[in-house]
Ligand binder design. Structure first.
Ligand code: ACO
Ligand code: LMR
Length: 313
C-alpha cells in the first residue's frame, strides 16, 4: 500500500483495486490524455490540387513575355502563328513581335527586311566571313564556323549600330552635326557609323543608298538620318572614306522608324540593350551560313596564310 501511495504521489496512475484495476485505469488514462495526441493530423492540401483550385502558384524562375507555346497554337506576342502567316507579316513582322513585343507598322517591317537583305553579306574578305571560312576549312561544324564569324562583330565591324544609335539619341536635340564632329575629335573617338575601308565618296556604298531611298519614300520622319548625313557631309569633306556607312545608315533609320510609334525613353532602352546590332547579327548569320556551305561544297582544304603576306619583324 505504501508503495502504491508513493507512486501516486510521484504522479503515477495507480489503480485503486489492485492488479485487477489496471485495465480500466489504462483505458481511463487513454480517454483523458492520450486520445487527443493520437487524433490524426489534417494533411495540408496537396500542391497539385491547390494549384488546380487556383489557391497557390509556384514562384517563377523565368519570366518571359514574348512567346507562349503551351496551347495548341504557338503565340508570338499574343498572335497565333497561323494569323502571322495568314497576314503575311513575314520576317520583319515576326521581328516586330519578338523584339518590340507588338505588331509594328507594315512599312517598318518591310524596312527591317530591307536591312536584312542588304546586310546579309559583303563578300569573303570581310572580318566575319573570313573567320567563318577559316573555321570551316579547319573542319569545324556549322555552329562553330558561323559563331566564329559572328564573334568578329563589334565596334569596328558590323557592330557599330548600337554606339551610333546611342550617340544620335544623345546628340540630335543637344548639338549641331558640326559640334558633334568637333566633340568626337576632341575626345579622340571615331564616330560610330562613319567610315569604310573600301567604300568612299568615289566608290559609294549602294546599300546605304537603298536605305536612304526607302526612308525618303516610306518613312514620315528622317530626323536622325538627315542629321547623320550632315555629319557625313562634314567628315567626307575632310576624307573621302569617312562616309555614312551601312551600320550608321541602318542605326539612324531604325531610330527614325521607331520614333513613329515609340517614346524616346523606350527607344533608348531598346538601343541600350543592343537591339540595333541585333539587325546586323541576324542578317549576317545568313551570309556566314552561306560561306560555310560554300566552302564545304567546294571541298576547300585547310587554310594556311601565305608567309609572303606576313612581315616578320
Ligand atoms: N570617325 C572619325 N575619324 C575616323 C573614323 C571615324 N569613324 N574612321 C576613320 N577615321 C580617321 C582615322 O582617325 C584616320 O585618321 P588619321 O589619318 O588622321 O589618323 C583616318 O580616318 C583613316 O583611318 P583608318 O583606320 O585607316 O580607317 P579604316 O579604313 O581602317 O577604318 C573603319 C575603317 C574601321 C570602318 C573606321 O572608319 C571606323 O572605325 N569607323 C567607325 C566604326 C564603324 O562605323 N564601323 C562599321 C563599318 S561598316 C561595317 O562594318 C558593316
Ligand atoms: C560589311 O558589310 O561587312 C562591310 O561593309 C565591312 C567591309 O569591310 O566591307
Amino acid at each position: 500500500l505504501e508503495k502504491n501511495n508513493a507512486l501516486r504521489e510521484a504522479g503515477a496512475h495507480v489503480p485503486t483495486n489492485g492488479f485487477d484495476g489496471i485495465g480500466s485505469s489504462v483505458s481511463e488514462l487513454f480517454a483523458q490524455d492520450l486520445r487527443p495526441i493520437c487524433t490524426p493530423r489534417v494533411l495540408p492540401l496537396d500542391f497539385r490540387v491547390a494549384k488546380k483550385q487556383n489557391l497557390v502558384r509556384k514562384s517563377s524562375s523565368i519570366v518571359s513575355t514574348i512567346v507562349d507555346e503551351r496551347g495548341t497554337e504557338l503565340l508570338y506576342s499574343g498572335q497565333t502563328i497561323h494569323s502571322i502567316v495568314d497576314q503575311g507579316m513575314g520576317l520583319g513582322g515576326t521581328i516586330g513581335l519578338l523584339w518590340f513585343r507588338r505588331q509594328i507598322p507594315p512599312a517598318f517591317a518591310r524596312f527591317i527586311e530591307l536591312c536584312l537583305v542588304v546586310c546579309a553579306d559583303h563578300g569573303p574578305c570581310v572580318s566575319g566571313a573570313h573567320n567563318t571560312i577559316v573555321a570551316t576549312r579547319a573542319g569545324r561544324d556549322m555552329v562553330s564556323s558561323v559563331a566564329s564569324g559572328l564573334l568578329t562583330i563589334g565596334d569596328r565591324f558590323g557592330g557599330a549600330l548600337d554606339a551610333a544609335g546611342q550617340m544620335l539619341l544623345d546628340s540630335v536635340d543637344r548639338i549641331t552635326p558640326s559640334e558633334l564632329v568637333v566633340e568626337m575629335r576632341k575626345s579622340n573617338t571615331r564616330i560610330p557609323g562613319i567610315g569604310h575601308r573600301v567604300k568612299s565618296v568615289d566608290n559609294p556604298d549602294s546599300r546605304v543608298q537603298l536605305i536612304k531611298d526607302y526612308m525618303r519614300t516610306q518613312c514620315e520622319t528622317v530626323t536622325y538620318l538627315s542629321y547623320f548625313e550632315e555629319v557625313a557631309a562634314i567628315t567626307t569633306s575632310k576624307k573621302g572614306s569617312l562616309i555614312l556607312n551601312v551600320d550608321g545608315a541602318v542605326a539612324a533609320s531604325m531610330i527614325d522608324y521607331m520614333s513613329t510609334f515609340m517614346s524616346l525613353d523606350d527607344i533608348r532602352s531598346l538601343v541600350d540593350n543592343g537591339l540595333l546590332n541585333g539587325i546586323f547579327i541576324v542578317s549576317r548569320s545568313i551570309g556566314l551560313t552561306g560561306h560555310h556551305l560554300d566552302q564545304l561544297q567546294l571541298g576547300q582544304p585547310l587554310y594556311r596564310h601565305e608567309t609572303d603576306d606576313v612581315f616578320y619583324g
